[in-house]
Design a protein around this ligand. Structure first.
Ligand code: G6P
Length: 611
């Protein structure tokens, strides 16, 4: 997640770009930069840290020009540093590129370009694009970008300027968002429309595979092969508070909708082309430890703990390593038996949760190797770990975590497959099939987001909306999904909610079932599907109100339930990613319908830095 802005017109591009970048800082803020064309030359200023640091540098630099691009970064490839900040440049320093996304084949392309004599100055995947565009440049930037992108695999939204073709700004998109703004004698690009709403409300959203040449007085859109495209121009009708939320009424809803892009980012570049390898850009722990470790311990809090519960199942079934999982606040206060050869995995969105940090420190003192899953780059937990898998979910603002959760699950699938292969526990065929399916998950999440009818209907139904209590039930991989669904509902709608293993319900929770109790079964296709159908019958016999999350095509389940929300088919280890999404939406819309403060629910904090 990074933010990009571009401008071509009569104003000073630097002012317009900085204004836009401020509105996109939610997408990342570990470094920033801007490039403008002035008197036939390309001038750039880049800086580590938030935008304020860039602005301070610009004051001393007085950059100006009427064509330019800017970027605020959330590091994915390469540490936050000036060399890795965007814009990235080609060799003669005539082309500048800003990029949001991941170029998956950047190592391959980089090797070919180095052989041709291109010199690289950063650790970024983006620099590859700058050199590639230079390779194909013959005086026409639009043509060179179209040609270069034919060689590229991965996700991107890019903005490009070039001092050898100074009257255009070129933009392209595949998998990462990009909007083009159309003004009077000026045009803009941005990662989202909030960045340019001060200047225009006429926009067009580029589709995947489209490249746009933007001039002061208009634009041309082609596909990568040069076929003309006609995206529809839209007029936005947003007020300012909506604008900060990218047109959504709440950050939580925006973040739920970002999940296809987020999962694409989390796995982007980490699966080799033939899927024979999981590639960790910064390496993992020592290979022999990964191959021989006898125990893994996961520590986390809240939603991250639920992700850890899925992680335990993934690692145990795919890599056959025993996994213990602890709530971080319990971990350090129990008799800890940490044998040699143990890997401890803290999972955390913020990287600052005090309980998780203390658990990490205790485990480190006892000699465990620390491999953390962290969203916030450079956070304390990331710094104190031996190795880090970054989640690349971008800044999460809604207190109820959504996109960080699905990113955690996607990263855990990658980790479990990698461990399974290294340890010979997972066949090549199964590993390949799972990774293939994982690559289809973003599109499947999008399908769920596109079909919210039943979710909206349930959230407006007084049996759910006005309930005093709700029960969430699941089994196996989706017991954690039930826990996460219950947590989402109680966090933001204040409806008391409990989650249970569906098979355990008969040992206690069944006493709560009446015709007033909504019971939400997380029941996608699984090895225990018949058992869960029996559990549904048990609730039905006691008149509970039954809502099931089930797999598309499972029409049989409908006869046992009051309502069914269908999710696309997928294999069991991936089903928690998909099943979480309707539960997030259900909690969200129930909360809205109850008039609750979705983004800042009472008593909660986004990051809890006290024990
Ligand atoms: C707080 C938040 C939760 C989050 C938990 C752990 O309680 O409200 O949404 O899951 O902290 O946070 P972390 O940043 O460590 O993932």
């Amino acid at each position: 997640m990074c933010g990009i802005v571009g401008y071509i017109g009569e104003k000073n591009a630097v002012d317009v770009i900085l204004d836009g970048l401020h509105r996109l800082e939610y997408r990342g803020y570990d470094s920033a930069g801007v490039s403008v064309l002035r008197n036939g030359a390309l001038d750039s200023v880049r800086s580590v840290g938030k935008l304020a640091a860039l602005e301070a540098k610009l004051e001393a630099n007085s950059l100006s020009g009427s064509v330019g691009i800017g970027h605020t970064r959330w590091a994915t490839h390469g540490v936050p540093s000036e060399a890795n900040a965007h814009p990235q440049h080609d060799d003669p320093h005539a082309i500048a590129v800003v990029h949001n996304g991941i170029i998956e084949n950047y190592l391959e392309l980089g090797a070919e370009l180095r052989e041709k004599g291109f010199v690289f100055r950063s650790e970024t995947d983006t620099e590859t694009l700058a050199h590639l565009i230079r390779l194909y440049f013959e005086g026409d930037l639009f043509a060179a970008v179209k040609r270069a992108l034919q060689d590229v695999r991965g996700a991107y939204a890019i903005g490009v300027v070039c001092s050898d073709d100074p009257e255009v700004l070129v933009a392209a998109r595949s998998g990462s968002p990009l909007v083009v703004g159309l003004g009077e004698g000026e045009s803009f690009i941005a990662s989202d429309a909030t960045a340019i709403l001060n200047y225009t409300r006429e926009v067009l959203y580029l589709e995947d595979g489209q490249v746009c040449e933007i001039r002061r007085d208009g634009y041309t859109v082609h596909d990568l092969r040069g076929a003309p495209q006609r995206p529809e121009v839209q007029t936005l009708d947003w007020d300012q508070s909506q604008a900060e939320k990218g047109g959504y009424p709440h950050f939580m809803l925006k973040e739920i909708h970002e999940q296809p892009e987020v999962v694409r980012n989390t796995i982007g570049g980490r699966i080799s082309e033939d899927r024979s390898e999981v590639v960790w850009e910064d390496g993992l722990l020592d290979a022999s430890l990964l191959e021989t470790c006898e125990r893994i311990m996961i520590v986390a809090c809240g939603t991250a703990w639920h992700a850890g519960l899925v992680g335990k199942r993934l690692i145990e079934s795919l890599a056959k390593v025993p996994v213990e999982i602890d709530i971080a606040s319990e971990f350090r206060y129990r008799e800890l038996l940490i044998p040699p050869n143990t890997i401890v995995i803290p999972i955390t969105q913020s990287g600052e949760t005090a309980d998780t940090l203390q658990a990490l420190r205790v485990a480190k003192d006892r000699g465990a190797a620390i491999l953390s899953l962290v969203n916030a780059v450079g956070s304390t937990i990331a710094r104190e770990s031996d190795a880090v898998i970054y989640l690349r979910a971008g800044l999460e603002i809604g207190v109820a975590s959504t996109k960080a959760y699905t990113a955690m699950l996607a990263a855990l699938v990658l980790l479990a497959v990698d461990l399974g292969r290294r340890r010979g526990a997972l066949s090549e065929e199964d590993a390949n099939a799972l990774l293939t399916e994982l690559q289809q998950v973003p599109a499947k999440i999008q399908e769920i987001l596109d079909k919210q009818g039943t979710i909206l209907q349930c959230a407006a139904d007084d049996r759910f909306r006005d309930a005093h209590s709700a029960l969430f039930l699941g089994r196996g991989y989706n017991l954690p999904t039930a826990l996460e669904g219950a947590l989402k509902l109680k966090e933001i709608s204040y409806i008391h909610a409990e989650a249970y293993g569906a098979g355990e319900m008969k040992h206690g929770a069944i006493a709560l079932v009446t015709d007033k109790l909504p019971v939400i079964f997380v029941a996608p296709r699984s090895g225990t599907h018949e058992k869960i159908i029996s559990n549904i019958q048990e609730v039905r016999a006691r008149s509970g109100i039954i809502l099931a999350i089930a797999t598309e095509g499972d029409t049989g389940i409908a006869q046992h339930c009051d309502e069914v929300i269908y999710i696309p088919d997928c294999s069991e280890p991936l089903s928690p990613i998909l099943a979480a999404v309707p539960l997030q939406l259900l909690a969200y819309y129930i909360s809205v319908n109850r008039g609750c403060d979705v983004d800042q629910p009472r008593n909660l904090a986004k990051s809890v830095t006290v024990e």
